[in-house]
Design a protein around this ligand. Structure first.
Ligand SMILES: NC(=O)c1ccc[n+]([C@@H]2O[C@H](COP(=O)([O-])OP(=O)(O)OC[C@H]3O[C@@H](n4cnc5c(N)ncnc54)[C@H](O)[C@@H]3O)[C@@H](O)[C@H]2O)c1
Length: 358
């Protein structure tokens, strides 16, 4: 069993990672916390596979468990769905000595975290992520949100969970496409912070689904890097921005193609290659580094754009991103493997040039 501490003073918490830990979750919670009732929020796919086991584990540890199922998919991250869940929480008489558990991918994690952040002005939250993307990214760091029709993740909060429990064995039921989108975020950690991890991924990424110890290692190293960054900058005023490598272009691609066409990790994969190309054109990285990033991303996350996007529209979307600074588009560009920098001076011409040779 691997344990990582995310240090944020009184909001610190543990991330526990192991292969096959799902059935022990009740005892893990019971040992550390005094909650009596736990409402498990899960989606229609994950519910069938794992909700019964998790609820049984909680009951065996003497906790009262309630399961609330939402339809799988991004459209569940809505205020309407949130209202249903607040009512369910009231029906179960959840109070401040209760907890919400997110059992699922990033959709469930973001929505359930949002409910925990706002129900009764905040009750405890346990993240039990079941996609690779959620295990290495969305369950750690406390960003929770719902979407409005016209803008994604626009209503939300920074609300840290009290505990994250990651069972790598649940990834065996994850479809290959969803597994690969999670790899995009894993590769991102190598590029932004750890050249040795990047090299390890070049050698091992293709067999992660076959080796539970390698998979646990990849998840652990990713969570360590994310926890280290978030510990220094919880609310993204500075260094946390480096986690957005690949996301400036990635988010714009998600928007232009419509959510659901590209998976989030696929859009980030395209964004990482595109942004590395901007770094190459600027002479920040050399060709060999660019080719290593491109080769790693393309072999792990095979994805092509559904069609050639309108470039001016793409730049317009980027210029409206909520992460921009003083109306300037923020790019996180690789400077070498294991290090990135924050750039706000990338010109429209450079972006168009990166397209032309892409
Ligand atoms: N909060 C953050 O920091 C953060 C970071 C990145 C992404 N996100 C959000 O995460 C969401 C995307 O998350 P996602 O990619 O995990 O999508 P998802 O939650 O929709 O899960 C993908 C699909 O896999 C299914 N699934 C989940 N676990 C499974 C398992 N073990 N076996 C079989 N099927 C399983 C789900 O039912 C779903 O159909 C987006 O809403 C995005 O905005 C949040």
């Amino acid at each position: 069993m691997e344990q990582i501490a995310l240090n944020l003073g009184e909001r610190s918490y543990k991330i526990i990672i192991a292969d096959g830990i799902l059935d022990d979750i009740g005892y893990i919670i019971k040992r550390q916390f005094s909650w009596k009732k736990i409402m498990i929020i899960t989606d229609s796919n994950v519910s069938k596979l794992y909700a019964g086991r998790v609820a049984a584990s909680l009951e065996n540890a003497g906790l009262q468990a309630f399961v609330e199922e939402i339809p799988a998919g991004e459209s569940s991250k809505s205020l309407a769905r949130a209202e249903e869940l607040y009512n369910a929480a009231l029906d179960c008489r959840l109070d401040r000595n209760s907890a919400i558990m997110a059992l699922g991918g990033g959709v469930v994690g973001d929505l359930a975290g949002f409910i925990a952040a706002t129900y009764m002005r905040g009750i405890a939250c346990i993240q039990v992520p079941t996609t690779l993307l959620a295990q290495v990214d969305s369950s750690v760091g406390g960003k929770v949100a719902v979407n409005l029709q016209r803008a994604k993740n626009i209503v939300g909060a920074f609300y840290q969970p009290s505990l994250v429990v990651i069972d790598s064995s649940v990834l065996s039921s994850l479809p290959d496409r969803e597994f690969r989108e999670g790899l995009a975020e894993v590769i991102k950690y190598g590029v932004i912070k750890d050249a040795g991890f990047f090299r390890w991924l070049e050698e091992n990424a293709s067999r992660l689904r076959l080796s539970s110890s390698d998979l646990v290692y990849a998840i652990k190293r990713s969570c360590e890097i994310k926890a280290g960054v978030v510990s220094q900058d919880e609310t993204e005023q500075g260094i946390r921005r480096i986690l957005n490598y690949g996301h400036t272009v990635g988010h714009a691609l998600e928007t232009i193609f419509g959510y659901g066409t590209l998976l989030h990790g696929e859009a980030v994969a395209l964004g990482m290659v595109f942004e590395a190309r901007i770094a190459l054109l600027r002479g920040i990285i050399d060709e060999r580094t660019f080719l290593r990033i491109e080769g790693m991303v393309r072999s792990a996350v095979p994805v092509v754009m559904p069609y050639e996007p309108d470039r001016d529209r793409l730049i317009e979307i980027m210029s409206l991103d909520k992460k921009n600074l003083n109306e300037k588009i923020v790019f996180i560009l690789p400077e070498t493997l294991g290090r990135v920098g924050v750039y706000t001076d990338v010109t429209k011409e450079e972006i168009l040039q990166a397209f032309t040779i892409g």
